[in-house]
Design a binder for this molecule. Sequence first.
Ligand code: C2E
Length: 843
Amino acid sequence: MLTFNAQADMQSVRIGVYENPPKIMLGPDGRPSGILGELIQEIALREDWQLQAVPCNWDVCLQLLQEGKIELMPDVAFSEQRQTLMSFHHQPALHSWSQVFRHADVEIDSVLDLDQKRVAILAGSIQQDFLKQINQEFGIQMELVRVSDLQSALNLLAEGKADALATNNLFGGYHGNGYDLKQTSILFQPARLFFATSLNQHPELLEKIDYWLEQWGAEQDSPYNRILQNWQSSVEVQVIPRFVWVGLITLLGLLLLALLTMRYLRQKVQRTQHELKMSDDKLITILNNLQAYVYIKDPQHRYLYVSPKVCELFNCTEEEILNKTDEAFFDSESVAEIFRLDDRALMSGDSIVKEEVNKLPGENEPRTFLSVKVPMRDSKGQIYALCGLATDISEQKRHKKEVHQLIFYDVLTGLPNRRLLMDRLQHSLASRHNQQGNGAVILIDLDNFRTLNDTLGHQAGDQLLTGIATRLSEHIRASDTLARFGGDEFMLLLEDLSTDDTLLLNQVEQVLDKIIAALEHPFRIQNQEYTTSASLGVALYSDSKHNPEELIKRAELAIYDAKKVGRNQIRFFDTSMQQKAEHRAELEFGLRRALKNQEFILYYQPQYHAEGEMTGVEALIRWQPPEQPLVSPGDFIPVAETTGLILPLGQWILRTACQQLVSWSEHPDTAHLTIAVNISAAQMHHNSFVDDVLSILQETGAPANRLELELTESLLIDNIEQTIEKMLLLKAEGIRFSLDDFGTGFSSLSLLISLPLDTLKVDQAFVRDMHRDARDLAVVRTIIDLGRSLALNVIAEGVENLDQRDALQRFGCRSFQGFLYARPMPIDAFASHKNTIPPYQGL
Ligand SMILES: Nc1nc2c(ncn2[C@@H]2O[C@@H]3COP(=O)(O)O[C@H]4[C@@H](O)[C@H](n5cnc6c(=O)[nH]c(N)nc65)O[C@@H]4COP(=O)(O)O[C@H]3[C@H]2O)c(=O)[nH]1
């Protein structure tokens, strides 16, 4: 609070005084001294202020000012923050800057030298804040020793408890000599010094100070300048001349720039360090989780680094592995190979990628590693180590092998399968350009395999197939390929055979003999001896013009031909087979079209009783292609049977015959006539045969007892029980059955007895030759006798003349069919047909 001297109206102004020479201090007379002390005395003199010095240290002075216990505080550097607490005049009372002064014994040239140094500072001063920041910005560890007054700081320096002092330049300069202080180049925070009042208090005091400073600043010989000059002798720099100020600002700018640069660099270093740490961490995480073995070895194969996976593999700790070579971990053979590859990479300087197969002691199976070896170079390009990355691919390898086995090998026999054989054949044909030598494919088809399967079961079949595979494998060369080609088919591919035709045939025949011989010996199937045979089809090749499919087809054609003759046959493919095959293909195509375009016609051949009366007809199919001659069934029925076209064709025949029966049933003259329809094996064995026949009967309304189904002996070979079952079902509906071609096959009497037959047909081949061949005559008589004894109707077909008819009748045959009476004819011709053959006169 300002007080006034009542007598002289003098304003009492209390000023805080602390020891900061040469700027401010308490004079021996108890009055403010130093530059600012004397200055304020000069002003007080002129303004009639009764100046009262209140001794305090910096902190206490500030406190007193806040509390209003002093009016003025000298030597206050202006700052934005202080402006919120105190009020300042405008004209700076003094300029100064902060500077680090070192003890003469301590080396400090730059900010970085402050690291680990004890620097004394006035507690709460602006130097304190700044130096704290320096610590942070530069990442140095400077110890800030706080003191309540600057004298204490000097004492600490004198006692060796501080290495440096950060203070204003004036104070440092003033005490430089006395305390062995040396200026450093660390200058910072230039400051403008003012007298301050508590915030917004006593503006009149500040106004007066401004007034006098302005006055005196302009005068050369003003009290202000005299004070400065007086103190000049005690400090090296008292007032900063303008050019020094500019220099200082520049210096400061540079310092700030340096600081900023340093800060930027430091941040960059920190960032880089951080990034390095991050990538280090990342790298360690990656290495720890990598499903690969990573290592670094020196040129002597000693491990310098191993990833955790390597430790796992060797079942050792990192310490146990480092400095050891692979000799400690793999078997000797593996080690030799590892060293060889390591050395190759180290010597050549090139990376190596290789599959390594190494065996670890104690493991039964070797492991396969996909290994990458990369030589490591120093800054001069010298190789100093080898970095490796290996992945265990054993599982994939095994898996790949299994998949390969499944794709290319037959599961049952372990032989190559069709696919692999085709592949090898393709390869063999493709390499014909470069190689001499012919080749052959031999298709081996087991006879009666189906019967074995049906009678003894699939296991027996499998046993035979594996037995055959083993036996045949023993008789072939390593360069030949034996494959399982299908159910009961094997294929043998012979390569590099002679180019001489005769020699080539000899070679192939030798192999065929070996195959036949190998199969001749009985096999042991389910503890029984089982003898088998095979049909062999051979196709030779000598150039690359063929493709694999074509060659296989040729072998199949040959085997087809072999099977036609019987079992246990060998056939070489020849071009006539090819022609036949092509003809068959054409026929098949034509038949499909014929079915669609309804090019078929049903012919009827009458059957007569001995008395001359027509009893029925045999329906015989004809194919009438547009603008082409009629095709007889002998040419197309076999193709229809093998292609399955017989099923739709058979249905058409049955339906047409049934419609004819319906039409005849409407006329008394024809109502008694029967129609015999030929049934093929494929039709009979088809699941829906019975249903198909019955539904056609129902659909057409034909009388079932007028329909006769003609079966052949060969049809009865397979599935006899099932065939009988079907016959009984149809017979129950009134349908009749006749057996064609009886005597041409091998049917036994017991089979004949078990069949629900109505008619037995004497095959036309026996009838034709009965007068030329006594054996045929005997067969004819036997069949007729047999039929009669079984109470079957016996009909002879192919009767061409009266001699034949008469002889047959003499033997007891009562029914006839043949050109003698009529040829097969279309229905139109049938209406006008009359029997002109006189009855037998002999009886
Ligand atoms: N040399 C001579 N031949 C005579 C005489 N009498 C009849 N033939 C012929 O003998 C064959 C009798 O028929 P198949 O033995 O059932 O033999 C038939 C039969 O197996 C089959 N076939 C004919 N039509 C059909 C049919 O509709 N369905 C089925 N599945 N096969 C049929 O085709 C074979 C041949 O039929 P086709 O050529 O019509 O020949 C017929 C017939 O024309 C004769 O006195 N002398």
